[in-house]
Design a protein around this ligand. Structure first.
Ligand code: LLP
Length: 425
């Protein structure tokens, strides 16, 4: 079993609240967010990157409390839809500290961004330029960045690599599409180009790709200066900072990242004779992932052939990551102490698919039985934000823990919620 030292949480209590108590109070499955851990992670970023603007990538997980915590911790927000944007702003998050992303922004996304006064919009395709300029109007003004493709392969899985040429995001530097789009933006007086953006991918555990990205983007900035006399004050390196999901896995070293990126930026700009732009970063997973725990109740234990299947009351509808990326988690028994020997089991969800597997060869006590409680650590990012309505089981609630108390942030999706959307017969 995982040792407590390898996880940021104690074995049985998180934020001073026993996990079994949370399960009893809110039911299972339930997601638990450790508020202090989220805030600590924000502070770690602020300390490691004192000169940079840190934007929390809301796609990892957003609710009103998260937006509020980010505001209090002095972070900005990266959003990619009118929904994320509106939720944050109606919570009181200052719109000027929000950046809007998206490879296919809908008319509603752009209209909402302009109406609420979003700080910057990241241009991701040529057609967006005219559309945005028209929406802003001749007398309006909007700050924009351009998402460029630096041609770098990095990230934990093929589906989350976005720095390479052959994927849907951004505009290629190598093929000249980025340069072309920039020239068109410069022709639009109502659009103010503040910088270049790239996002290499997600779950990256090495600093190296970020340094290559800095070199390539500064190279482009230098050519833009020569051609257009353009000085871009911002360089957004995106997010993607990898975390450990299971004991023994690597995480990206944030201190090393900060130090080396800074040195590379200063060096590259020095060589090119450019003023060093302000760095922007957009971590999502590394802020909220390790601060979240999923709690499930065991519903059945079944022996088949060589395997023991332990099935829980949640699964791919609240955490699609195993099915999408083949990742595996390290669940642990909580709420009771067992002296039984650990034995490798397969932990599966309740959904009607054989691929609904949370963990393989998870060492759980061999007396594991229905009614037991399992905690899945590192469940804060890209679980509930990617939750689906599959099998109509309803989405789990989110509870926050802090200083020995738990409170509900997001309630469970009820059958009534599901039924109320179904308006035809
Ligand atoms: N900035 C941009 C423009 C992004 O597209 C993303 C993530 C981030 C920042 C934050 O990346 P992070 O620091 O969280 O790695 N569902 C996948 C991850 C998809 C990431 C999408 N973009 C997963 O569960 O692994």
């Amino acid at each position: 079993p995982a040792s407590t030292a390898e996880f940021p949480h104690g074995d049985l209590a998180v934020g001073g609240v026993p996990l079994a108590e949370i399960a009893d109070r809110f039911g299972t499955p339930v997601y638990v967010l450790d508020e202090a851990e989220v805030r600590d992670r924000c502070r770690t970023y602020r300390d490691a990157f004192p000169d940079a603007e840190v934007l929390y990538a809301a796609k990892a997980f957003l609710c009103r409390a998260m937006a509020h915590w980010m505001d209090e911790e002095g972070l900005g927000l990266d959003v990619c839809s009118a929904g994320e944007l509106e939720l944050a702003v109606t919570t009181g998050f200052p719109a000027e500290r929000i950046v809007l992303h998206g490879n296919a922004k809908s008319p509603r996304d752009l209209e909402t961004a302009l109406r609420l006064g979003v700080g910057r919009i990241v241009i991701d395709s040529p057609s967006e330029i005219a559309r945005l300029a028209a929406a802003v109007g001749p007398d309006g003004h909007q700050k924009v960045m351009v998402r460029v493709v630096p041609g770098i392969s990095a990230g934990g899985h093929e589906k989350i690599r976005t720095g390479t040429e052959d994927q849907k995001f951004g505009l290629s530097i190598a093929d000249g599409y980025a340069q072309h789009a920039i020239a068109r933006i410069l022709d639009q007086p109502q659009l103010e180009l503040t910088g270049l953006h790239c996002h290499l991918g997600s779950q990256i555990t090495s600093v190296k790709p970020y340094l290559v990205a800095v070199r390539r983007i500064v190279g482009l900035m230098s050519r833009l200066y020569e051609q257009h006399g353009l000085v871009l004050p911002e360089l957004d390196l995106g997010g993607g900072h990898g975390i450990a999901y299971r004991p023994g896995e690597d995480a990206l070293d944030l201190t090393a990242l900060a130090r080396k990126v800074r040195a590379e930026l200063v060096d590259a700009c020095g060589t090119a004779g450019l003023t060093v732009p302000r760095l922007i970063i957009e971590p999502g997973r590394a802020i909220v992932g390790p601060a979240g725990i999923a709690l499930y109740r065991v519903l059945s234990v079944k022996h088949t052939g060589d395997r023991v299947f332990v099935a829980v009351d949640g699964g791919m509808s609240d955490n699609p990551r195993p099915a999408l990326y083949g990742v595996r988690y390290a669940p642990r028994l909580v709420g009771r102490h067992s002296t039984a020997a650990p034995s490798p089991v397969t932990v599966v969800g309740r959904h009607c698919e054989a691929g609904d597997v949370l963990a393989e060869r998870a060492d759980l006590p061999e007396d594991i039985h229905p009614g037991d409680l399992l905690a899945v650590p590192v469940a804060g990012a890209y679980h509930l934000s990617m939750a689906s309505g599959y099998n109509l089981v309803g989405r789990p609630p989110v509870a926050a823990v802090r200083d020995g108390t738990a409170r509900l942030l997001v309630r469970r999706e009820s059958l009534e919620d599901i039924r109320s959307r179904d308006v035809g017969l």
